[in-house]
Write a protein that binds this ligand. Structure first.
Ligand code: FAD
Ligand code: SF4
Length: 468
């Protein structure tokens, strides 16, 4: 490190963000890139505090101070190799992790100096290393002759495939979608994560030896029994795709949309995957109300604004402090023009054959629920109607275990999440010893980085199970 007091001399400075007025005209990423000098100066702000809380708070336990030091010293390729030791998708996590709640939230410099820009440096390392021709070092890999089928090319499946091929195991990844990435491609909008990033990652993983069989639905195009016969083990990373509903009148009225199909219709149009123009949901010139307060709700708000909605209002039943999503994304949404209505619980979607508004009641926060979050209680007599032409419901997702789970002894818990062993020699093994699982379908809808972690840990469990 150059100057120990760099954190005082050089303030925290993130990558440049495009002004709100310009960025809502398009779907490209809103943050720019670090130059080499800028990345080095920001990385050099790390004080190597000796207690890397950032590392512990990072779900994949990245060696953060070590790769910050390498970047401060100008060793890009070494930093890329080290960064890939713990994370399969560092360029993705650098873009979409809620760093304010994870690594950066735990940085020692948060005490008044401004955390090190860990996420932006992580993104810089992989983007720049790829640009300069770096590839993961696979020279020491010895083939084992073992084969594992991975169902799902989302972050969990990619995490598992990464560890398997690095240990000489053939990984064949099946996905029903025409591209890899799961929700990274068909969910998260391009203003947070451009699709070229995932295309590059596909190229890298294919270079590493991962085989993708896309447009293949397991259960329809190929049966699970066939996979079990052909492969030594199976990893499930199939995500959560049952939409939660509010359970109030008017949810089925024309003009009401589920969040994920809405976002996917927009992505399909942008990527040229649209099968017919009727699939596209257009919010141009509409008064849009988004119900929910998580990342999915923020993405709907900001997609609707980019489509030219005349207004976008986001109603959430708790207060701003208790929103589940990233604070940075709420800030960005507000900058772009979203009108937030906190402590508002929807009770009915009103209209005469077509949406005219959302009836909400005011809430105040009561006693904590079983997860420690304060439960909203409604204030009597506080109803009001928020006028709307279109309503998007973003209440989250539940797992949807297919029927073949039962036939093959793959058990689920009371919330339909796949039941796995958490510790022992074979972490993430399901009730069927040949089958491992991780990501959203095991923990419920969560984060990219936690899905990557579970995929990687499950793959280590598979290696131990196969005796590799
Ligand atoms: P998924 O990403 O859902 O991947 C599962 C894959 O399995 C899919 O590709 C699916 O097609 C495939 N599949 C399922 N069944 C079959 C079958 N039978 N045959 C073949 N293939 C099958 N997280 C963040 O960290 N930051 C964010 O900013 C963020 N924003 C989000 C925004 C939205 C709109 C959404 C919906 C989620 C967001 N998340 C975010 C959460 C994050 O995307 C997920 O937690 C993560 O993608 C879960 O990874 P996964 O691999 O478990 O599942
Ligand atoms: Fe931070 Fe996420 Fe990167 Fe971990 S993976 S260092 S939490 S941005």
């Amino acid at each position: 490190m150059g100057n120990y007091f760099q954190f005082i001399d050089v303030p925290r400075q993130d990558t440049e963000k495009e002004p709100a007025r310009a960025r809502v005209q398009k779907f490209t990423e809103i943050y720019g890139d670090f130059s080499t000098e800028h990345a080095a100066a920001q990385a050099d702000r790390c004080v190597e505090c000796g207690n890397p809380y950032c590392e512990w708070k990072c779900p994949v336990h990245n060696y953060i101070p070590n790769w910050l030091k390498l970047i401060a010293e100008g060793n890009l390729f070494e930093a890329a190799e080290l960064s890939h030791k713990t994370n399969t998708l560092p360029e993705v996590c650098g873009r979409v992790c809620p760093q304010d709640r994870l690594c950066e939230g735990a940085c020692t410099l948060n005490d008044g100096f401004g955390a090190v820009t860990i996420g932006s440096v992580e993104k810089y390392i992989t983007d720049e290393a790829f640009k300069q021709g770096w590839r993961p070092d696979m020279t020491g890999v010895v083939p084992t002759g073992r084969r594992v089928a991975v169902i799902g090319a989302g972050p969990a499946g990619l995490g598992a495939a990464d560890i398997l091929v690095r240990n000489g195991v053939e990984a064949v990844v099946f996905d029903r979608y025409p591209e890899i990435g799961g929700l990274l491609t068909f969910g998260i909008p391009p203003f947070k994560l451009e699709k070229e990033v995932i295309a590059k990652r596909r190229e890298i993983m294919e270079y590493m030896g991962v085989e993708f069989r896309l447009g293949v639905d397991v259960g329809t195009d190929v049966t699970y029994a066939e996979l079990e016969r052909e492969y030594d083990a199976v990893f499930l990373g199939m995500g959560t795709y049952t939409y939660m509903r509010g359970g109030f009148p008017g949810e089925d009225m024309p003009g009401v949309y589920e969040a994920l199909p809405y976002l996917v219709s927009n992505i399909n149009r942008l990527m040229g995957f649209e099968k017919s123009p009727e699939e596209f949901v257009d919010m141009a010139d509409q008064r849009v109300v988004v119900l929910g307060g998580g990342d999915t709700a923020m993405d709907c708000n900001r997609t609707a604004l980019r489509q030219g909605a005349s207004s976008v209002t986001c109603a959430y039943r708790r207060d701003e402090q208790n929103m589940p999503g990233s604070r940075r994304e709420v800030y960005n949404a507000r900058e772009e023009g979203v009108d937030f209505r906190f402590n508002r619980q929807p009770v009915e979607i009103v209209g005469d054959g077509q949406v005219e508004g959302v009836k909400v009641v005011e809430t105040r926060l009561g006693a904590p629920d079983e997860r420690g979050r304060r439960r909203p209680e409604t204030v009597p007599g506080s109803e009001e109607i928020i006028p709307a032409d279109r309503v998007i419901m973003a209440f989250g997702f539940r797992p949807d275990p297919p029927e073949w789970f039962d036939e093959h002894g793959i058990g689920v818990d009371e919330r339909e999440r796949v039941r796995v062993k958490k510790g022992g020699r074979h972490p993430f093994q399901t009730d069927n010893p040949n089958v491992f699982a991780g990501g959203d379908m095991v923990r419920g809808s969560d984060l990219v980085v936690t899905a990557v972690y579970e995929g990687r840990e499950a793959a280590k469990g598979i290696l131990a199970y196969m005796g590799v």
